[in-house]
Structure formats: C-alpha cells, structure tokens
Write a protein of this length. Structure first.
Length: 161
C-alpha cells in the first residue's frame, strides 16, 4: 500500500515537471490530439507545436448548432410526438369500431396500430440516423470523441421521445 502511494505521488511529480517543461501547463490535452481526417478549416500555427494546423472557430460551430441543429432536432422530436399521438388515436378509433365484431376478428384488427407503430419506429430511426449524421458532419468537430458525443446526443434525444 505504501509503495503504491509513493509511486503514484512520484508519477504526479514527474507528470507536472514534463507539463511545465513542454509548456502545456495551462493547455487542454485535447489540443495535443490529432484531428479527424474529415475536419476542415483554415490553417493556423499551433500554440503548442508551432506547426500549421487546421482551425475552425468555435463561434461558427455554435452558429451551426443554434441555427440548424436545434431547429432540425426540434422538428424531428415534434414529428415523432405527433406520429405517436396519431397511433394512439388510431388505436382508440379501432377499439371503438371493433366492439361489435367477433372477438377473433376484433383482436386481430386491434394489433394493426401496434404493428404500424413498430414499422414507423424502425423507418424513423433509419431516417433520423442519417439526419443526425448529416448534422454532426455539418458541425465539423475536431476530435473523434467530440464527434461521437455530439452524434450520440442527437440520436438519444429522438430515441427517448
């Protein structure tokens, strides 16, 4: 136990000295990672290495998120909600109309809205997956991790609706 504690503390000390030596003390580690191949922007010298690297301003990504991503995701969520309400209304109408039919026929017909809803969920998931991929590409994230997080956030919003 003592050895592990001493090792960990000495490693923290070595890490701090390297951080200070290479001038990355107050820089986020994300600046050290390589960007995605699809990342685009204009060339600017890196504050860490001095090499030319692609740069995409944060305000442009924020503008894209506010003016395109949020409205499109909102419309998708609204559409999914309206379709769900429509299926519930259809189920209610079918239940009312099939009360006078024989039990076997009524029970078979009552499954139609549920089957239709399952098909719609499958189709809408495929469509929304493509929309979410397009929106995430439009946002132009620098790192794979940021790209994946943004994509998953968009998909989860609609899937939880």
């Amino acid at each position: 136990m003592l050895w592990a504690t001493l090792f960990l503390e000495s490693w923290k000390r070595i890490n701090s000295s390297y951080t200070y030596r290479y001038g990355t003390l107050d820089r986020p580690s994300k600046l050290l990672e390589e960007p995605r191949p699809q990342y685009y922007g204009y060339w600017e010298p890196s504050p860490i290495t001095g090499r030319l690297e692609r740069f995409y301003p944060r305000w442009r990504r924020s503008l894209t998120v506010c003016s395109v991503t949020i409205p499109v995701v909102g419309v998708c969520v609204l559409f999914v909600g309206l379709v769900a309400v429509g299926h519930m209304k259809l189920q209610e109408i079918i239940d009312r109309k099939t009360q006078k039919l024989p039990f076997v026929v009524a029970s078979l017909i009552s499954y139609l809205p549920m089957i239709l809803h399952a098909i719609c969920i499958f189709v809408f998931n495929e469509i929304y997956y493509k929309i979410a991929r397009w929106l995430t590409n439009l946002e132009n994230h620098r790192l794979d991790e940021d790209y994946s997080n943004a994509f998953v956030a968009k998909v989860i919003v609609v899937r939880l609706t």
